[in-house]
Design a protein around this ligand. Structure first.
Ligand code: SF4
Length: 242
């Protein structure tokens, strides 16, 4: 049984096709800007079997066209790898593409098995500098970066996502450093910049949790363009996601 936080059956943004997204419960990071702070703990979830989830996907398959996908997001899908593998196997049998949207904190046998049934990995690199990564997420980035090697070695396609937070991740040197680190990976298909936004701050307040980025504004257009221009010197597939 998978611990599910919520489900989006018709996710049309930020993707070349319609997708169904399963947001899974539980995360070992504690990002200062988390947009789903209620997924961090193991408290708020609904247990669902892979058959139940498959049925939801099958009911929505009509909208998929040729580019329909199912994404396991949340966070953190790899923490429920064993159960997710069973679902992904069934999806692949139904010719449905599968994506993992992850910060990749775990790499074990279960995750390796899950990857055999995964078409695309969306990997979040919160910060390339380990010390700054810890400030932002309370965890090291070492496991996430090691995971890139695993993806490359096993020829698994991936996209990198990077949240642009003023004063935390928008430093020019860090952006250059991020690319220098990534340039060796041939399976990197695309780099996405996600401008930080404050839309979800209310959730922290509702949960009576202290919000760690109080007073930090959303990045302005100039800052977003500057970041994209730095990256575009090196890779043409750079996109800004709303
Ligand atoms: S990795 Fe995602 S779910 Fe986990 S704390 Fe960070 S933003 Fe929240």
């Amino acid at each position: 049984m998978l611990k599910i936080h919520s489900i989006e059956t018709f996710w049309a943004h930020e993707w070349p096709g319609i997708r169904t997204v399963f947001f899974l419960q539980w995360c070992q990071f504690k990002c200062l800007y988390c947009h789903n702070p209620d997924t961090i703990s193991m408290k708020w979830w609904t247990e669902m079997s892979d058959e139940e989830l498959l049925k939801i996907v099958e009911n929505n398959k009509i909208y998929f066209g040729k580019k329909g996908w199912v994404t396991a997001s949340g966070w953190e899908p790899t923490l429920q790898a064993k159960w997710l593998t069973s679902l992904f196997k069934k999806l692949k049998n139904s010719w449905i593409n599968t994506t993992l949207d992850t910060n990749w904190f775990v790499l074990n046998e279960d995750v390796a098995e899950l990857l055999k049934y995964t078409d695309l990995v969306l990997l979040d690199i919160k910060h390339i500098d380990d010390k700054k990564h810890k400030t932002l997420t309370w965890q090291s980035n070492k496991k996430t970066l090691i995971f890139l090697d695993y993806l490359e070695k096993n020829n698994i396609k991936f996209w990198i996502r990077h949240v642009l937070v003023p004063e935390y991740t928008d430093n020019e040197e860090d952006i250059e450093k991020l690319w220098k680190y990534l340039q060796k990976y041939k399976n990197l298909e695309r780099l996405e910049i996600l401008p930080y936004h404050t839309l979800w701050v209310f959730k922290w307040k509702e949960l009576k949790m202290k919000y760690g980025l109080e007073g930090i504004e959303q990045p302005n257009r100039e800052s977003i363009e500057k970041t994209v221009n730095i990256l575009k010197k090196y890779i043409k597939n750079v996109y800004v996601r709303g």
